[in-house]
Design a binder for this molecule. Structure first.
Ligand code: NI
Length: 169
């Protein structure tokens, strides 16, 4: 089931999430819906708050459904290692039409649980590292526009206000 994607400034996007403790059917269904919603929106990552669910859970698929093993589910994730630096343009399904360069670690290691509650570690570099950091930020209630300069953020917020006013948001 495709769930609607919550947009800025919905308050669910700016609150830290709760840890996932249920590893049953409900969480499996949520994950399935999140992949479906993300693919429908042409995204490469989606965090639970973006479908209005304040839980520490995110999905990533850089291949956008093209590769069988492209699906990554991160439950209760934490970035445990950060290395290097990359500055690339970023966007977000909750901030459509806003794209800005954001500084992120070049390589990260994430520790998370899978759908069976098993802990695992996954490494990411470049775009995958960026996706992990962007999505885990969502779980901490942080949007990428909070990681750009105040000037650029003010311009982005002005653009968003105009779009809201025009009914195009
Ligand atoms: Ni996002």
């Amino acid at each position: 089931m495709i769930r609607p994607i919550v947009k800025y400034p919905d308050p669910v996007l700016s609150k830290p999430t709760e840890l996932v403790t249920d590893f049953g059917e409900e969480t499996r269904k949520l994950v399935e819906d999140m992949f479906e919603s993300m693919y429908a929106a042409q995204g490469i990552g989606l965090a639970a708050p973006q479908v209005g669910v304040p839980l520490r859970l995110t999905v990533v698929d850089l291949s956008n459904q093209k590769e069988e093993d492209g699906k990554i589910v991160l439950i209760n994730p934490e970035v445990i290692v950060r290395e290097g630096k990359q500055i690339e343009e970023e966007g977000c399904l909750s901030l459509p039409d806003i794209r800005e360069k954001v500084s992120r670690a070049m390589k990260v290691t994430v520790r998370a649980q899978d759908l069976d509650a098993e802990w695992f570690e996954v490494d990411g570099e470049e775009l995958l590292a960026r996706a992990f950091q962007h999505e885990i930020d969502h779980l901490d209630g942080v949007l990428f526009i909070e990681r750009i300069s105040r000037l650029k953020r003010d311009l982005a917020l002005r653009k968003i206000r105009k779009l809201i006013k025009a009914g195009d948001w």
